[in-house]
Design a protein around this ligand. Structure first.
Ligand code: GLV
Ligand code: MG
Length: 315
């Protein structure tokens, strides 16, 4: 699984920012031709993006381009120009405002043709699906299942708040007047369930108050606690915060690796072929192994190193 703790948004209309992104420690960069780019600037944005991808320098990062959604006039040309121009240096296409599984299938078919006609391995390009309105959320399960290319399901809070008439202008913050919980909980959980049911990553969207790092961490901490895999970053300062919030803490990572090793040992013939055993003060069993595997996978994907090892007891 590719780590996507921090997903850096860069407007394709800004070559300086496309260049600067090369040096930032984000797990993913997505180059935008959609809402961060004015209609008149979209043709140039496509060209800047193709040039930047082919020039390279994004090593170790997932390279994604966000095209315009299927209800506009731009989508097909965005996809064709970017994949024909730089398909070999691209990992995913992000499709915003997805409303139906058919919209994913349409992109899948177009990508397959482009891969065939450009000598690319069929299936090498992934799809990232943004859920940004009521129809998309109602269909999120089918959207996640619509193509094996789908790698992530992404919450788009700004468009979503507008789409459902939420009474707030501050993305990520609670709407004034709602004081009994988290107004986003239902949406986040629906996205997370669809992602987990179909083995996709669940990604939280932007936090627009870029000067408020504490606010960013608070909101990121909520989706991370639920099980989300990462969040968008709009500013270099948010990158480290996202990487920290969406990585396991070192002690949790060490403990997860310890549980995996201990469980492996105790269930083996040498360890007595036991299913439930004590590890320190805690009882571990098959469900503990699964929980540990989640933390350990996230830690390994983030390149963490363990600081302790399991020593089997003397026979
Ligand atoms: C992102 O695209 C959003 O609408 O929040
Ligand atoms: Mg949006």
């Amino acid at each position: 699984m590719r780590s996507r703790r921090s997903n850096l948004a860069v407007p394709g209309s800004n070559p300086k920012m496309l260049d600067k992104a090369r040096g930032l420690p984000a797990d993913q960069i997505f180059m935008d031709i959609e809402d961060a780019v004015a209609p008149l600037a979209k043709p140039d944005a496509r060209k800047n993006i193709v040039a930047a991808l082919n020039e390279g320098g994004y090593d170790g990062k997932v390279r994604t381009v966000r095209v315009n959604d299927w209800t506009t006039k731009w989508t097909y040309a965005d996809v064709i120009e970017v994949v024909e121009g730089a398909g070999a240096n691209l990992d995913c296409i992000m499709l915003p405002k997805v409303q139906t599984p058919e919209q994913i299938v349409a992109l899948d078919l177009l990508l397959t043709q482009l891969e065939k006609s450009n000598g690319l391995e069929v299936g090498r390009l992934g799809i990232e699906a943004q859920i940004e309105n009521a129809m998309g959320l109602i269909n999120v399960n089918a959207i996640a299942a619509a193509s094996p290319r789908v790698e992530t399901i992404i919450f788009g809070p700004a468009d979503f708040m507008a789409s459902i008439n939420m009474k707030s202008l501050i993305v990520g913050e609670q709407p004034p007047g709602y004081d009994v919980g988290d107004a986003y909980h239902y949406i986040l959980m629906q996205i997370l369930m669809a992602a987990r049911a179909h083995d996709k990553l669940a990604i939280d969207g932007p936090y627009l108050a870029i000067k408020d790092l504490e606010g960013y961490k608070r909101v990121a901490g909520r989706s991370a606690a639920l099980g989300f895999d990462g969040k968008w970053v709009l500013h270099p300062d948010q990158v480290a915060a996202a990487n920290e919030v969406f990585s396991p803490r070192q002690e949790d990572y060490d403990h997860a690796e310890l549980i995996l090793d201990a469980y492996d040992y105790y269930t083996s013939a040498a360890g007595g072929a036991r299913g439930a055993v004590m590890l320190g003060d805690e009882m571990i069993d098959e469900a503990s192994r699964k929980m540990a595997l989640v933390i350990s996978s996230k830690g390994r994907a983030a390149g963490m190193a363990r600081t302790s090892t399991f020593t089997p007891p003397e026979a």
